[in-house]
Design a protein around this ligand. Structure first.
Ligand code: ATP
Length: 241
């Protein structure tokens, strides 16, 4: 259901990759996806032309896709090529990370060959706190330190597994292996909803057709390669056939 007319007002938050704006409608925000990535001091660390549009487009699509499977999200509607209207949530300051394949830190920690399949997906939680370097936590920390209630953690775990199943099969049909992803949740009144973004920056994908690891970190020093990768992924992912 559309909520127009809605007008974007002042900027209320500047993050490392996105900005949030107030609107003239209580409880609704505009989330802008930027081409620039800032460091923790607010300086531009990298800029990839077209990244904001690509991440906004994919996020808009995937939020609607999840909603069609009854996963509650903060998405309302696309506002511009780089912006979406969202419901304002009380964010739970936990990064929820799902792994389907052992790579990077996970492979190193458990001395597994890079790229090993896991018998079951692994769900991890990290506290969102730059000063503490986002330490890994478990449900007990989340409850003991007051970040969430037991029922909320149960819902988050259940939704994260459901989202994994939905996205895995979505990507699979487009020739990608969903190696893992990061997601954030928040509360709308008492209900847990998916917030933030689901995009190329928050999903780790391998291209099964081309047998390529689509690791955006690998291309950090190759802005042209990055631009091409974002465009290509956006085109392939938005293919709804
Ligand atoms: P990090 O990069 O560590 O996630 P950040 O704050 O720099 O932190 P950005 O993605 O640049 O991250 O900024 C977006 C911010 O908006 C995040 O802090 C996120 O938690 C917050 N956010 C996302 N969705 C909502 C929402 N629906 N309501 C309120 N805040 C939200």
């Amino acid at each position: 259901m559309g909520i127009k007319p809605l007008t974007k007002r002042e900027r209320i938050y500047e993050g490392k990759a996105k900005r949030l704006y107030a609107t003239d409608k209580e409880g609704y925000l505009v989330q802008e996806f930027r081409d620039e990535l800032l460091n923790t001091n607010g300086e531009v660390q990298a800029a990839i032309s077209g990244k904001g549009e690509s991440n906004n487009g994919i996020s808009c699509f995937l939020f609607q896709y999840l909603e069609s499977y009854h996963v509650p999200t903060h998405f309302v509607e696309q506002y511009s090529p780089t912006e979406m209207v969202i419901r304002k949530l009380t964010m739970i300051p936990i990064e929820v990370v799902m792994h389907n394949i052992a790579t990077a830190k996970l492979a190193k920690t458990f001395a597994l060959p890079e790229g090993s399949s896991l018998n079951y997906p692994i769900l991890e939680y990290y506290l969102k706190n730059d000063k503490l370097n986002d330490p890994m936590i478990n449900e007990h920390h989340a409850l003991a330190l007051g970040y969430a209630e037991p029922e909320e953690m149960r819902t988050i775990s259940r939704l994260a597994s459901k989202i994994n199943a939905i996205l895995k099969s979505y990507f699979e049909r487009r020739g990608f292996l969903l190696v893992g992803f990061k997601i954030e949740f928040g509360k709308l009144e008492d209900h847990i909803c998916v917030g933030d973004e689901i995009s190329i920056d928050t999903c780790r994908l391998w291209d099964k057709k081309m047998n390529r690891r689509l690791d955006v970190d690998r291309l950090r020093n190759d802005p042209e390669g990055m631009e091409k990768l974002y465009r290509e992924l956006c085109n392939r992912l938005a293919n709804t056939s």
